[in-house]
Design a protein around this ligand. Structure first.
Ligand code: ATP
Ligand code: MG
Length: 773
């Protein structure tokens, strides 16, 4: 047995060593799925499979880079160079560049980011004279995106009366027309949006059997990580490519499927066995990432979902600390608590900032956390907000560079044609646009032919337009003999962009200039790095490809030690020693938008499962009683998910509050009373109740709802006065034990108990259901 396989357990080795054919690994978080995928690739190569014949699809490009690095360490870096590895989008963008001409696209097609798509849609809505309050560009973009991911082309849309009718019913009967115009305009601009990268790949593979065959023969082995989150379009690509050899290996966890709002389809996992012949199924059960407390708590949460495959996750790791629950009064205080806690752990355990992650449900929650961290001078980094490449000044430079590669790129042109100001106004642009639509050409092509068409543009403006065309063309010539960095530097200077920000002189202007410098530095690094990549040259095209699909996660920050801030969605597949999940409140997590159906709620719960399972050593859950949302201070209620965690794994740092009030409502005392009604009764304002016991006012309301509840209910978990050191006790789960020590007072009172089964546990008496024997 090869030495490098020693780092796998037996269950992991089986799928790694599996011979040809289809295999699926379904297993819980942290059980080594990604590790299996990595080692399987190394093993295949070790067994003589040419890296050229392997395709691996990962969830982030960062994950792909890390895997590639690991594989290089095992089989040697020159071997690993040829591996095709990356996200669906980046891999198929690359494939499409080779085959673009078949679809009528230039090989240097532009990739429109979401912002470009939205701007174009907004402009189409305006040109069509539609009401922008009814046709909201973001909504329309979303809709078009979901059509594309379900492979509903414009033609398919109009052939489907149900879809047409649905949009008409939603009072947006012209959605289909917008869709058509959008697709036409992208095509004319030589641009594909993110969804096109998958849609067009599908089109390519279906329309051109010889192309399909070529790639089927090339990718003899296909591996997919996070298979549970593939959408229909991705599913079809994988299916088509693997059809010939059927050497397909997918790994995933149905309990971590969190992208159904973007069209991810859990049936891709469920139907896998039907899609391929003789599928080998593997399970992994041992979690290597987290402590027992975290693994068990996560298990107790996901058990609440009805729809899931049966799975066991256990760990041989230590119990670790309990999950800490913290309540604050405001979101600002929540931020301070997180910062303080990170500060303390960092000091006491001599940790790096990179050991900590703060996860939230929505991006807007980062603000109060950032404030807290800044006040404590803790460096942090936000992932997934406005990415570096989307900042205005950076996009300005990039737009010029996009035009160098593809002058037909309409969104890039519109952005920079008059920036820095050249006296080309909106009315001129409108005239150019009308002509472009009329002739079915791009704006740039119209600009190249101003002498042939009468656009009623005065000669002064005409000269300016011609100058612009000449400038871009001269860049194109320069580009032929320069690398990405050199051409970018040239462009930033010649266009006057750098000067523009320098002239500005304000701190913002200077910051922008520095950002452009950072971009240039990054390009220099990129050019250097490309020297190690097979067939790469470090030219502008390669750089732009990289940037178009880059997320923040991809920016290498190895040299910077920072706390990571990101949404739970972004955190998939990652791990951190300490994880803070903030904003554990109703209407936030679970999100207000996802509570309408059971399946939406289950997806939120899976999201919580993903969040918690990122933690290796310790997890914190925080919530606040009030929070600024949409510019207003609103009351917040603890998340229902807090109550769903088995309480033996949780330590409440701020015990007295309506969290327990809610648990009280949820407890069995109320039998089959409609709990949702009980929930509507808010605990009284003023000093928080000092025990489980509701106050008179609340009790009165409760009694009204359930008349038989005539007598006040005492604290069901009242600490037994007979309990002391040496007491013999019985615990519903852990069985018999002896109390070693009692510490703390009131609600914080804890007992350290040695159970007959051998464990010593510290239990919060308020929660522990102890019987004194
Ligand atoms: P997720 O569901 O979150 O994507 P996963 O199943 O892909 O998790 P990995 O990320 O592959 O799990 O592994 C989790 C952690 O456990 C990693 O740090 C990995 O290096 C470690 N690990 C996996 N298998 C072993 C093993 N056999 N021995 C030691 N460590 C392991
Ligand atoms: Mg993984």
């Amino acid at each position: 047995m090869e030495k490098y396989l020693k780092v796998l357990n037996e269950a992991q080795k089986a799928p790694v060593l599996h011979k040809d054919g289809a295999l699926m690994v379904i297993a819980g978080a942290g059980s080594g799925k990604t590790r299996v995928l990595t080692y399987r690739i190394a093993y295949l190569m070790d067994q003589g499979v040419d890296s050229f014949n392997i395709l691996a699809l990962t969830f982030t490009n960062k994950a792909a880079r890390e895997m590639k690095k690991r594989i290089s360490e095992i089989v040697g870096s020159s071997e690993a160079k040829n591996l095709w590895m990356g996200t669906f989008h980046s891999v198929f963008a690359k494939l499409l560049r080779f085959e673009a001409d078949k679809l009528g696209y230039p090989s240097n097609f532009t990739i429109y980011d979401t912002q470009d798509s939205q701007r174009l849609i907004a402009s189409i809505i305006k040109e069509m004279g539609l009401d922008k309050d009814i046709y909201k560009y973001k909504q329309v973009q979303n809709r078009i995106s979901s059509y594309k991911n379900s492979l509903i082309t414009v033609k398919a849309y109009f052939n489907n009366p149900d879809l047409v009718e649905a949009d008409a019913m939603a009072k947006r009967p012209r959605t289909g027309e917008i869709y058509k115009n959008y697709v036409d305009r992208c095509f004319k601009a030589g641009a594909m949006d993110f969804d096109d990268l998958l849609l067009k790949t599908n089109e390519l593979l279906t329309r051109f059997p010889e192309v399909l065959m070529k790639y089927q023969n090339r990718f003899k082995y296909i591996l997919v990580d996070e298979y549970q989150d593939t959408n229909h379009s991705q599913y079809l690509i994988v299916k088509a490519l693997s059809d010939r050899f059927q050497n397909i290996c997918v790994v995933g966890d149905d309990a971590q499927s969190i992208y159904s709002f973007r069209g991810a389809n859990i049936n891709n996992i469920l139907n896998f066995q039907k899609d391929y012949e003789n599928v080998a199924m593997y399970r992994l059960e041992q979690n290597y990432r987290s402590t027992k407390n975290i693994v068990n708590a996560a298990n107790s949460i996901i058990a609440k979902n009805t729809k899931q495959l049966e799975k066991v996750v256990w760990t041989a790791n230590d119990d670790g600390a309990l999950i800490k629950l913290h309540r604050s009064t405001t979101d600002a205080e929540e931020g301070r608590f997180v910062a303080e806690s990170i500060f303390e752990h960092r000091m006491q355990e001599q940790l790096l900032n990179g050991s900590f992650a703060v996860l939230y449900r929505t991006n807007s929650q980062s603000r109060s956390i950032e404030d807290g961290l800044r006040k404590r001078d803790i460096p942090y980094r936000i992932y997934g907000g406005l990415s570096f490449y989307q900042r205005k000044e950076i996009k300005d430079v990039l737009s010029y560079l996009r035009l160098v590669l593809n002058p037909k790129d309409e969104e890039a042109l519109k952005r920079v044609i008059n920036f820095p100001a050249r006296g080309i106004g909106q009315s001129t642009m409108d005239k150019l646009l009308v002509a472009a639509n009329h002739y079915g050409r791009s704006i740039f092509e119209v600009m190249e032919n101003l002498d042939k068409i009468d656009l009623k543009i005065n000669s002064g403006t005409r000269r300016k337009l011609e100058d612009f065309v000449t400038m871009i063309k001269s860049f194109q010539i320069t580009n032929e003999s320069y690398d990405a960095f050199a051409i970018a530097e040239h462009v930033a200077k010649k266009t006057g962009l750098l000067l523009e920000f320098k002239k500005d002189g304000t701190p913002e202007g200077i910051a922008k200039m520095e950002n452009i410098e950072e971009l240039l530095n990054g390009m220099k690094d990129f050019v250097e790095g490309q020297k190690e990549v097979a067939d790469a040259t470090g030219n502008l095209g390669e750089f732009m490809e990289d940037v178009a699909l880059a997320t923040d996660l991809d920016k290498d920050t190895a040299d910077e030690d920072r706390v990571a801030l990101m949404t739970v969605h972004m955190a998939k597949g990652l791990e951190f020693p300490y994880v803070y999940i903030v904003g554990m409140e109703e209407d936030l997590f679970p999100s207000a938008m996802s509570m309408n159906t059971r399946s939406e709620l289950e997806e939120e719960r899976r999201l919580f499962y993903v969040a918690l399972t990122r933690a290796e050593k310790q997890a914190y859950l925080t919530y606040t009683q009030s929070r600024y949302r949409w510019g207003k201070l609103v009351d917040a209620e603890p998340s229902r998910f807090l109550e769903e965690i088995d309480e033996q794994y949780v330590e409440n740092l701020t015990p007295v509050d309506n969290y327990r009030y809610k648990s009280f409502i949820n407890s069995d005392i109320f039998g089959d009373v409609d709990k949702s009604k009980l929930r509507q009764i808010k605990p009284q304002a003023g000093p928080p109740p000092t025990s489980h016991k509701p106050n008179e006012n609340q009790l009165r309301k409760l009694r009204k709802l359930k008349p038989e509840l005539a007598t006040p209910v005492g604290n069901t978990n009242e600490v037994d006065p007979n309990l002391g050191e040496g007491s013999l006790v019985n615990h519903t789960r852990f069985g018999r034990g002896t109390v070693l020590k009692i510490e703390g007072i009131g609600n914080d009172k804890k007992a350290e108990i040695k159970f007959d089964k051998g464990d010593i546990k510290k239990l919060l008496l308020r929660f522990a259901k102890l019987e004194v024997l």
